[in-house]
Design a binder for this molecule. Structure first.
Ligand SMILES: [Zn+2]
Length: 505
């Protein structure tokens, strides 16, 4: 493989990547700092950057270099036993990205952007009025564009598989159906049993937690988990998110004086995303080896820190005294068991984003099943609200009183983001499977947590997940790290072990 061609390819990829990081920073700034009347100027800046970034990513020179580097002789360099060689990974993944940029005609891309903008406003209006029929034509159009996009990329009529693969490389609707069917069979009985339990977390036990002290506490927690504040920061925005790459990770949270666990756990969740980004090989930044392995894997990192680690008794043995020290009067009347039950509160809700980790997966199963039927032609858009409500009753035992608490609750479909929801549930499954794997090699791991030490867990994740970049597709990565195919049985076991002792005594 000619070295100079490879180096030229890497330089081109880095150029597109760094332009993307500038756009990301402007996007972060828009949600954290932007003065109210500066939005139009920011939109112009972002549009210009998007144009430059697209031109850099679609540079015909990248196409020429890829053809040169895809010469079969190159493959002799890889050692199939130890996994693909670095250069092979970069060329393979750069091809995947390049095709997705250049195979879509410019008119198609701008049509989708225009539709998404109009559909977003139509969705917000429809949601406010709880009127699905006003949004339905936009959703129909998005579905037709999604089919067209898959065809441009050579996926034929496998449009839903293409949509899923965009978020989780290698994943298919058939594989998800298999995983989710097994998950549902185990999860619904557990949820029903907890629902009929008399145990409930106490309402309204948290009052008047000063924001500044909350900020200090969550910084201490996320810092101890391993988030490097010399290469990242946390600020406030309406919806928490994590943005950035390499040496500059921007997380956000939000504060509520009467709900300190919300900002704490959302910060831990975002810190999990941040820890993954901080652990990607910095030397490979701008190439696929320095990029994350997909949404499901990303979400597995945030969920593992948020759920398996931070809802754990061992975690609270260390942090509860510190929490009480920070908020002595606010927590004076809160018993230790009530605090731990509040951390692990389970209660059904119609709204996905308000859901606990037990119910959450059912919200995803519902959305996946509807997307699958829509793409398979088994369900018409106009029949979506009725289908949503029927599944909601079957899975959650709740029927939305109006579409705004049902089919109109999420923003995703207004942007044509199909195949995105399943990643959340995949992330939960992967997190649980990784958790039981690391406990096999480090059985005393939780005793570290009792001392406020999370470095062994982070080290294991660094080696096995973070440092792999985009070397493997989702299922292959799970197979290599855990020695097993991805299975929902670990998520079911984790939920059972965490919640049965609390609710089913
Ligand atoms: Zn997340």
């Amino acid at each position: 493989m000619p070295a100079d061609s490879y180096e030229r390819l890497v330089a081109k990829l880095k150029r597109a990547h760094y332009l993307g990081t500038v756009a990301g920073l402007l996007g972060w700034d828009e949600q954290v700092n932007l003065p109210p009347d500066s939005a139009d100027q920011r939109a112009e800046q972002l549009a210009l950057l998007a144009e430059l970034q697209h031109a850099a990513a679609a540079d015909p020179e990248i196409g020429r270099l890829l053809i040169e580097l895809e010469n079969p002789v190159c493959h002799l360099l890889s050692d199939k036993l130890s996994g693909p060689a670095d250069r092979e990974v970069v060329v393979r993944e750069a091809r995947r990205d390049y095709d997705r940029v250049v195979k879509l005609p410019a008119e198609f891309v701008s049509e989708k952007a225009r539709l998404s903008s109009a559909a977003y406003h139509a969705w917000a209006d429809a949601k406010a009025k709880s009127d699905f029929t006003a949004f339905a034509p936009f959703l129909e159009k998005h579905l037709s564009l999604a089919r067209q996009e898959a065809a441009y990329l050579g996926w034929g009529d496998r449009a839903y598989d293409y949509a899923i693969d965009k978020h989780d490389p290698g994943m298919t609707a058939a594989k998800l159906t298999e995983l989710f069917t097994e998950l549902k069979a185990g999860l619904v009985p557990l949820v029903r049993a907890i629902a009929s339990s008399p145990v409930r977390a106490k309402e309204g036990i948290f009052k008047g937690f000063p924001v500044e002290a909350q900020r200090e506490f969550l910084r201490e927690v996320t810092g101890r988990l391993g988030f490097n504040y010399r290469r990242g920061r946390i600020d406030v925005s309406l919806h928490p998110f994590c943005e950035g790459a390499g040496a500059d990770i921007r997380m956000t949270t939000r504060f509520d004086a009467d709900n300190p666990l919300d900002s704490l756990f959302s910060s831990i969740h975002e810190a999990g995303h941040g820890l993954y980004e901080q652990g990607l090989p910095l030397a490979a930044q701008g190439t696929p080896l320095g990029q994350n392995a997909g949404m499901g894997v990303h979400e597995s990192q945030s969920r593992l820190w948020e759920n398996q680690v931070s809802r754990n008794r061992a975690f609270w043995r260390f942090f509860e005294p510190r929490f009480r020290e920070k908020f002595p009067s606010q927590l004076a009347g809160v018993a230790s068991d009530d605090l731990y039950l509040a951390v692990n509160e389970v209660a059904p809700t119609l709204i996905r984003v308000d859901s606990d980790e037990v119910h959450y997966n059912l919200h995803i199963l519902l959305r996946f099943e509807l997307e699958r039927r829509l793409f398979a032609g088994e369900l018409a858009v106009r029949d979506l609200p009725a289908a949503w409500n029927a599944l909601s009753e079957e899975l959650l035992g709740l029927v939305p009183p109006a579409d705004k608490q049902g089919v109109l609750q999420d923003v995703h479909w207004s942007g044509g983001a199909f195949g995105y929801f399943p990643s959340y549930c995949l992330g939960n499954m992967i997190a649980a499977q990784l958790w039981f794997t690391v406990l096999k090699v480090q059985p005393d791991l939780e005793t570290d947590f009792e001392k406020g030490d999370f470095s062994r867990l982070l080290g294991w994740l660094r080696t096995n997940i973070h440092e792999q970049g985009r070397r493997y597709e989702t299922l292959e990565l799970v197979r290599r790290v855990t020695g097993e195919e991805l299975t929902p049985k670990y998520l079911l076991r984790y939920l059972q072990e965490r919640y049965a002792p609390l609710y089913l005594k």
